[in-house]
Design a binder for this molecule. Structure first.
Ligand SMILES: Cc1cc2nc3c(=O)[nH]c(=O)nc-3n(C[C@H](O)[C@H](O)[C@H](O)COP(=O)(O)O)c2cc1C
Length: 302
């Protein structure tokens, strides 16, 4: 089975991508995963400057998922370029960088720096972090804001630009269209759902930020529906994610319309998931006589 997929000008050897914030800068997993065997890895979200994130506790387990409010802790764009990129290049990883900003100028500046960095394959624009006020969601929850960020970044790089959409809106597909109109090469979705968990004994939220983002299998059916809606409205590739834990889940997103998929929370449970996902997809291809994974995209019967 030919597993390669095309995302704008970027050819991935397979459709499996490590999701931002759940795979560090990639190197943290290098002892257990051959980074070059993945379609791509997406870095932790990066602002121009380093950020400490929220105080602990920052994560809590939920039924079939987890809630996090890390608060976009990160080392900043320059340190990533200087300290992480050389080893990622040496390991032949396909690197997509998750870019954050509090202003459009910051998105542009960080994207420009990365566009000049050897080995960066694409830019994922994080306009969807639900747990910090200035984390881009102010752009991602407005059609004009989405258009403005994407078109500004589009002007400063030839790299594929992939806005990451929030599910915390009524009509996610209209945001995919705004991104497409602004020149995005693809969209990725979903980021986490704004959620809350309360300790009833103390009557306080279980994470310090009060609210956080819900991820994991609990969100998967909603994410699949949203990917399918985007597939129907836009022509650009769609990268789907939300609660994928096995090959069937990944295939579900692909059949719904995702050209590639990202795996986030599952990495915390099973860092060896990647080989199992690839084996499961190959097995499905054989059983269903599918020569190219690309042929399966958006083939859901209605
Ligand atoms: C601990 C944690 C940190 C995350 N950090 C980021 C981030 O920095 N940037 C981003 O765009 N998404 C971030 N996400 C969202 C994931 O990339 C992904 O969109 C979401 O978790 C849904 O996929 P999943 O259910 O497979 O985890 C984070 C998620 C988790 C659980």
């Amino acid at each position: 089975m030919d597993l390669s997929v095309q995302i704008g000008s970027l050819r991935l050897k397979n459709p499996l991508i490590a999701a931002s914030g759940c795979f560090g800068y990639g190197l943290e997993y290098a002892d257990v995963v051959d980074l070059s065997s993945l379609g791509a890895i997406v870095s932790k979200g990066l602002f121009l400057k380093p950020r400490e994130g929220h105080p602990a506790p920052r994560i809590v387990e939920t039924p079939a998922g987890m809630l996090n409010a890390i608060g976009l802790q990160g080392i900043g764009a320059q340190r990533f370029i200087d300290e992480k990129m050389p080893e990622l290049r040496a390991r032949a990883a396909t690197v997509i960088v998750n870019v954050c900003g509090t202003t459009i100028d910051e998105y542009v500046e960080v994207s420009r720096m990365l566009a000049d960095t050897e080995g960066v394959a694409a830019i994922e624009l994080n306009i969807s972090c639900p747990n910090i006020k200035e984390g881009g969601i102010q752009f991602g929850c407005s059609l004009d804001g989405t258009f403005a960020v994407v078109s500004a970044v589009r002007k400063v790089t030839k790299l594929p630009v992939i806005p990451k959409l929030t599910p915390n809106v009524t009509d996610v597909a209209s945001f995919a269209r705004a991104a497409e109109d602004a020149g995005a090469d693809a969209v990725s979705l979903v980021n986490t759902f704004l959620a809350m968990v309360i300790d009833v004994e103390t009557r306080t939220p279980k994470i310090s930020n009060g609210v956080g983002g819900l991820s994991g299998p609990a969100i998967r059916p909603i994410a699949v529906r949203m990917v399918n809606e985007c597939r129907q409205l836009v022509k650009i590739p769609v990268i789907g994610m939300g609660g994928i834990v096995d090959a069937r889940d990944a295939l579900e997103f692909i059949i719904a319309g995702a050209n590639a998929v990202q795996i986030g929370t599952a990495n915390f449970v099973d860092p060896f998931i990647w080989a199992k996902l690839l084996d499961g997809i190959r097995d499905y291809g054989q059983r269903h006589s599918i020569a190219r994974i690309a042929d399966l995209v958006g083939t859901v019967n209605r």
